[in-house]
Structure formats: structure tokens, C-alpha cells
Write a protein that binds this ligand. Structure first.
Ligand code: NAD
Length: 316
């Protein structure tokens, strides 16, 4: 048995139980090469989301994991990898840890959003040019506004000022948040992000707070962007007594989709939005940039949730 055949549809083709559709020269213009450059990416759900949505659009998407760990690579290899992708006709690349900042000097152009965030998660390759985008923040906004369209953005507390938190901080201020209260276990990180946001969006828009206990009273909503609650790091990132039924809660952790924070907030009656919204939102944005076609949000979300559930079941 060919151990490379893992997709059930492909496996049935390989075993002769299904007829393979003929590939003709007419298929070639519909082939799209995409990839993800990063470290520790073998479990990424992005390839499946991009290939499945491509298939729905009649595209033959091949999505290649370019895992730095697999060849002892580092961000210093980015010029070679980007040149190779260009030479091989890739339509684009997703970029993740530890390359989101390091990739910037090697690009020909940056979108406004990527420039504001100082980070790139999507590179579109067009006519030999490399154009950097960031769909993390807009992806969060897409999922959040879909889940909680009526959310009051007057005073928003954001727990976690790392990569995801910084992208969301820009996005929530672009959505019109009145005041953003930043909390991080590393207070210097929260202070630095507040300074950067105030320079870009206006003095006083962002305020660094020493703790969740200081940021939550009077807040209209809470965005959680620390790793606490992940399957490998279970627990609550803050004292449950700080939650109130009139506080909306937006979670970024998506494995599991129902974190302890969301379970606690749901039980109190808080409006909630889970981490799937951001994961799907960033993929929708990238798909649209790569292909120029509108992605079907409900379809991609259903696919994503199925993948997470299957992985949870496999690990149970
Ligand atoms: P990161 O390491 O860059 O940042 C995490 C930040 O949280 C750090 O600054 C850390 O000091 C802070 N922190 C940790 N525990 C804290 C606590 N109890 N209180 C306050 N601050 C605390 O990580 P990241 O890349 O920003 O990812 C954070 C989480 O978001 C991860 O679980 C990741 O899987 C998830 N994530 C989800 C999506 C999505 O699409 N839904 C996208 C990116 C990241």
C-alpha cells in the first residue's frame, strides 16, 4: 500500500474503487500553487481550508508546507524560498512564526494593513512582484462582526499583546473601538503596543493596564489573545469573578473551540465569539487575495469546524 495516499477520496482512487477524473491540458490554467512558510506547521489546518475552497471554485490548488524545522531552516532562508516560489509560479504564500516580520525587507510592496501592523501573514505573487498583506486582524474582525454584530466597542479590554493580540488591537481600533485597554503578563509589551497604537490611531486610544482586574471594570467587551485555554495549556486566563453577563467575550484560542473561558462566559450569559472566527477569517482573506475570487464564509467555516472536531476526537 502506498503510505503517501492518506486522503480518503484519493485512497479510493488508488485502490481502484473509484474512477479518477481525467486530467487534460485544459486543467493547467486552473492550477494554483500555494504554500506556508514557518516553523512547527505540520498540524496547520490552512492547507485543507485553501485546497477545499479552491476545489469548490473549480481550481486545482496544491498547498505546500514549507516547514523550516524539516530542513533546519531559519528566517535567513527567506530570500531563497521567496525566489524559489516566484520561479516555480506560486500564486502566493502564507507566512507564520517566526517569519512574519522577517519577510518584510524581502517584499516589493506592503498593504496598508501589513504596514500598520509591521507583520505579514500573506504574500501575493503577481507579475514577479511580492506583495505583503496581513489578514490576521481583518480575519479576526470578519469573524467577530459575523458572530457579534451588535457588540458595543466603547471600552474593550484585550488580554495578550503578542502576535495575535497586536493584529487584533489594530483591527478593533480600525473597527471603531473607543478605548482599548491592554494587559500582558509582560507589562513592557503592553506599554510598547499602546504607544504604537496611540501614534497611529490617536493619543489616548490605547491604555496599558497592569492587570485584568484593573482593565475589566467598566469594559464593554473582552478579547482574549493569550495561549491559556489551549488543549495543551488548559485553564482560565483571568479570575472568573471579573466576568459579567453584560460583557461580550471574544476568544482567539481555537483548539479546543470551547475553551474554559468561553464555557464560563457562556454559563454567565455573556455574548461570545470563539477562536474559529479568526482562523477562518484570515483564511478567507488570504484565499481572496491569492485567487481574486470571493470565498464562501459559511462553507469554509463548516469545513474548518469539521477539521477541529475530527482532530479533537482523534486526540480524545
Ligand atoms: P504570543 O506568544 O505571540 O503572545 C502571547 C502573549 O500573551 C504574550 O505577550 C504573553 O506575555 C501574554 N500572556 C500569556 N499569558 C498571559 C496571561 N495570563 N495574562 C496576560 N498576558 C498573558 O502568542 P500569539 O501568537 O499571540 O498566540 C496567542 C494565542 O492565540 C495562541 O493560543 C494561538 O494559538 C492563538 N492564535 C489564534 C489564531 C486564530 O486564528 N484564532 C491566530 C493566531 C494565534
Amino acid at each position: 500500500m502506498n503510505t503517501l495516499v492518506q486522503d480518503p477520496a484519493l485512497a479510493s482512487l488508488a485502490s481502484g474503487t473509484a474512477a479518477a477524473p481525467a486530467i487534460t491540458p485544459d486543467d493547467v490554467p486552473h492550477m494554483v500553487l500555494l504554500g506556508l512558510i514557518g516553523s512547527g506547521i505540520q498540524q496547520s489546518l490552512t492547507p485543507s481550508m485553501q485546497m477545499q475552497e479552491g476545489r469548490e471554485h473549480g481550481l486545482r490548488v496544491h498547498y505546500q508546507l514549507i516547514d523550516l524545522d524539516r530542513f533546519g531552516g531559519s528566517p535567513a532562508d527567506l530570500p531563497t524560498l521567496l525566489f524559489a516560489a516566484k520561479a516555480m509560479g506560486f500564486a502566493g504564500l502564507n507566512i507564520t512564526y517566526p517569519c512574519k516580520q522577517a519577510v518584510i525587507p524581502h517584499l516589493d510592496e506592503l498593504s496598508d494593513e501589513a504596514q500598520a501592523m509591521g507583520a505579514v501573514n500573506t504574500v501575493v505573487i503577481r507579475d514577479g512582484r511580492l506583495i505583503g498583506h496581513n489578514t490576521d486582524g481583518s480575519g479576526w474582525a470578519r469573524g467577530f462582526t459575523r458572530a457579534l454584530p451588535q457588540a458595543d466597542l466603547a471600552r474593550v479590554a484585550l488580554l495578550g499583546a503578542g502576535g495575535a493580540g497586536a493584529a487584533i488591537a489594530h483591527a478593533v481600533l480600525r473597527l471603531g473601538a473607543g478605548e482599548l485597554r491592554l494587559v500582558d503578563a509582560d507589562p513592557a509589551r503592553a506599554a510598547a503596543l499602546a504607544d504604537e497604537l496611540n501614534t497611529r490611531y490617536g493619543a489616548g486610544k490605547a491604555v496599558a493596564h497592569p492587570s485584568a482586574a484593573s482593565a475589566l471594570p467598566g469594559a464593554t467587551g473582552l478579547i482574549h489573545a493569550t495561549p491559556t485555554g489551549m488543549a495543551k495549556l488548559p485553564g482560565l486566563p483571568l479570575d472568573a469573578a471579573l466576568l459579567r453577563p453584560d460583557l461580550w467575550v471574544s476568544e482567539v484560542v481555537y483548539f479546543p473551540l470551547e475553551t474554559e473561558l468561553l464555557r464560563t462566559a457562556r454559563a454567565l450569559g455573556c455574548p461570545i465569539s470563539d477562536g474559529g472566527g479568526m482562523a477562518v477569517g484570515q483564511a478567507l482573506g488570504a484565499f481572496e487575495l491569492f485567487t481574486g475570487r470571493p470565498a464562501d464564509a459559511a462553507r469554509v467555516e463548516a469545513h474548518f469546524r469539521g477539521l477541529v472536531m475530527a482532530r479533537m476526537a482523534a486526540q480524545a
